[in-house]
Design a protein around this ligand. Sequence first.
Ligand code: DSN
Length: 423
Amino acid sequence: MQQDHIIFDLIKKERTRQESGLELIASENFVSQQVLDAMGTVLTNKYAEGLPGKRYYGGCEVVDEIETLAIDRIRELFGAEWANVQPHSGAQANAAVMLALLKPGDKILGFDLSHGGHLTHGSPVNFSGKLYQPAFYGVDKNTGRIDWDEVGRIAAREKPKLIICGASAYSRDWNYKQLREIADTNQALLMADIAHPAGFIARKILEDPLKYCHVVTTTTHKTLRGPRGGLIMMGKDFENPFGLKTPKGKIRMMSSLLDSGVFPGTQGGPLEHVIAAKAVAFQEALSDDFLKYIRQVQKNARKMAEQFMKKGYKIISDGTDNHLMLIDLRSRDLNGKQAEDALIRADITINKNMVPFDDKSPFVTSGMRLGTAAVTTRGLLEDDMIKIVELIDQVLSNIDREGLILDVKKEVNDWMSQYPLFK
Ligand code: DSN
């Protein structure tokens, strides 16, 4: 067959883009060569609906071993009793959990998207806000932090069936213990979506939701540094709280409901090549090198936030506990779109982001979100964060000076050429 030069040339172009720029999108990271290698394999040819040992197709002996290893490794990493590694993404993991735990029309309580939450936590444009009835909590206007007592008051008023914690743009840790008390008081289930801080939680650097939440979902490609994908875990399996029984009268465990939520509930055949890459990444995340890495991500984020604040930028909640920060640009007389557009011309990639109580649309926004997971994989340390903030500030203070932005771009490209990413 003829080689598809068009696509492979484009892949090469994207690789050059990744290598030559400064990657500060908080949800992105760079996987290792062995994670990449596992994804581009013959495993993509295999259908394997079902679970290891219980498949709907023959020839699954090998993928059974791979998927079992992925499950064992993620359980070891998080201290989970049960896990399903098949969700194709975090959104799919959340859809599977909601299908398993809720009926259409049930009420859910999530963190407001415009305050840093996620589409799948009840946004009206997403399945979660269309199939279920959403209510929201947000951050306190003065502190930029979630007030846990206020969440309790909202839960008492709204009486949700499911409380969702977790975010896409919240730089502080979560009080899972108090959230569980709120859930118990209101007879709700508690789900944590730890897509962003998963790498910190795995290595016990941030609070552990598995101790308190009924169910935990995550993506695998952010701070966990694996392939693009999702998964579901439980610290401890338990008898389902709805008293559902099988036709033979057996009480169903929550794990069996969640497994069915993934398949046949919301997905077909699992992506075994991605599951193999997840298994490789989980093994990496168990290593001492990863522990050193994830600690450095946090140190870098703190340094970066400190530098931005020194230069007069407003960071929501005045700092960060994890890898990301949300900056309100209104005091600089800029919006998120202007900042994103100017920085990309200097090969610095961030994303425009709504800030709490934003007065602009999601296409413009008043803020930008940055994270340190990818640049730390690249090998950058705290002193480098000072330089990054300096470069960003130069661009944002001169968004109409094309010559200056080109100089910054050249500096970024020269700098990054000293940190090769791929073999
Ligand atoms: N799109 C992801 C993020 O950037 O945080 C969340 O799904």
